[in-house]
Design a protein around this ligand. Structure first.
Ligand code: TRP
Ligand code: ZN
Length: 469
């Protein structure tokens, strides 16, 4: 639908009054008021990631992939709302060939410069208007190698492909507003040849065969998702479907047959671990759960992709599973406002491992704290201030981050600490939060100033004196 008619449709009386006053209003058609949205959100580590001027509410991705040729054919339909009068706007997109784009059903001019795709609609989009952009594209998607050497984006696997997106890899398979601050719901439809299957996030909403024998699976993500948490795993899988949390949450697992025997016992424990995490972290935030387990060569690390984390076979162990599942509350439901807030993800996920060891393995969290404290690598930089993008996954973000949580526990006691564990994800459910939001929240629950703790443990350089607990 045309933006102008959409905006005016519900406001006939106002439009009439404006016309009567000899005023034609502003925006679409006039072409004088709108300006282009910015090509980045000035993230401290990835300044060009994301784009301003609009806010995405939904991605409908229609993809087909052929493992034999490595070719992806895609169409992304993006529903968004303008946050300014827009003459043009950007999408982040890496590689692949753009075949065309529309805005509200009319062809839009497309320009490409580096990883920025600019769409210029025929008519300007008024501030506050909802619009729908489509981009059709194809090609062989790229693997992205990060500054720390880790691989993400589109990874070819032994029998298909795997898409991993932290921090920027989702740019390799669909155009979008790829900053964690712009979360949206998704429908991801994937068509693949007979013999392989496609797993993604959320609930399997339909599955059917096409006339030529290929299969299409449609995955529905009903809760807002940061694009770095989107995944797609194409290949041959041993699959199980069960339920958890009183039958309410479907648990779908897809395991590469090569690693299935080794993964069997732990895979069966997902419902029980979900139950334990729910007791500690509060209600499970999503409509589905599960895991995707690949061969070691297919993925270099585990990732907390929303509802369905991904693991290389040899990382599918209890503590990593507990870690990635904990991210569903910390990182996936409450997402970082910028990549600087990454420690909010990893501190809690690491602390979940410490809590598991405490509850199931007779290892008090205090012991895990002392072990982390003794690790020199944990003191390289303050967790809330990674020096460079390549430090986002550094030991301080994980271990020193978890130490910050343990110091809070020491200060406020167990009752208040557990209140914070469940209260924090409840406070920002399906949203984004900054480090400042966190420290203010903890102080409000604790009922006192904790700036000494933040100064030393969160922001301070070097190793402090060993706390006397
Ligand atoms: N965020 C992931 C986790 O902790 C791990 C991860 C993602 C990672 N990308 C990485 C670790 C790159 C090292 C390098 O669950
Ligand atoms: Zn993690």
């Amino acid at each position: 639908m045309n933006t102008r008619s959409r905006v005016r449709a519900g406001a006939v009386a106002v439009a009439f009054a404006l016309l009567a006053a000899g005023c034609t209003g502003s925006g679409s058609g006039g072409g004088v008021k709108g300006t282009p949205g910015a090509a980045g959100l000035r993230d401290p580590y990835f300044p060009k990631l994301g784009n301003s001027g609009y806010d995405v509410s939904h991605y409908a991705l229609t993809l087909s992939y052929d493992p034999a040729t490595g070719r992806l054919d895609g169409r992304a339909e993006i529903t968004a709302k303008a946050t300014q009068d827009l003459s043009a706007f950007n999408l982040d997109f890496v590689g692949l060939t753009v075949r065309g784009a529309t805005v509200d059903g009319r062809p839009a001019a497309v320009n490409r410069a580096g990883n920025e795709l600019t769409l210029r609609p025929r008519a300007e989009i008024e501030d506050g208007a909802e619009f729908r952009a489509t981009v059709t594209y194809d090609g062989v998607p790229q693997k992205i190698t990060d500054s720390d050497g880790s691989e993400e984006g589109w990874l070819k696997t032994a029998d298909g492909a795997l898409a991993l997106g932290e921090p920027t890899g989702s740019t390799a398979w669909f155009p979008g507003n790829h900053h964690p601050s712009d979360k949206a719901t998704y429908d991801i439809a994937v068509t693949v040849p007979a013999g392989v299957k496609a797993f993604s996030n959320g609930v399997l909403s339909s599955e059917k065969k096409t006339a030529d024998g290929r299969g299409t699976s449609v995955w529905h993500v009903a809760e807002p998702m940061a694009s770095y948490l989107a995944t797609l795993a194409i290949g041959r899988f041993d699959t199980t479907t069960t339920t958890a949390l009183g039958g309410k949450v479907p648990v779908v697992t897809a395991v590469d047959p090569v690693v299935a025997a080794g993964a069997a016992a732990l895979r069966a424990r997902i419902p029980e671990l979900l139950e334990w995490e729910t007791e500690n972290f509060g209600p499970y935030p999503f409509a589905a759960a599960g895991a995707i387990v690949e061969r070691d060569g297919d993925a270099g690390y585990a990732l907390e992709t929303q509802t369905r984390p991904v693991f290389p076979g040899s990382s599918f162990d209890t503590s990593t599973l507990v870690h990635e599942m904990a991210h569903q509350w910390y990182g996936d439901s409450v997402s970082p406002a910028t990549w600087k807030d990454m420690w909010l993800n990893e501190s809690f996920a690491t602390y979940a491992e410490w809590l598991y060891a405490e509850d199931f393995e007779h290892t008090p969290a205090q012991k895990s704290f002392e072990k982390a404290f003794a690790n020199d690598a944990a003191w390289a930089f303050p967790p809330a201030e990674p020096p460079k993008a390549e430090d986002l996954f550094g030991t301080p973000v994980y271990q020193r981050g978890a130490m910050v949580l343990h110091r809070i526990r020491q200060e406020v006691g167990d009752d208040t600490f557990y209140e914070i564990l469940a209260g924090w994800p409840a406070e920002h459910r399906h949203g984004n939060a900054t480090t400042k939001d966190f420290t203010e929240y903890v102080e409000s629950v604790a009922g006192r100033d904790l700036s000494g703790l933040w100064d030393v443990w969160l922001y301070g350089d070097g190793k402090p004196a060993r706390p006397t607990a």
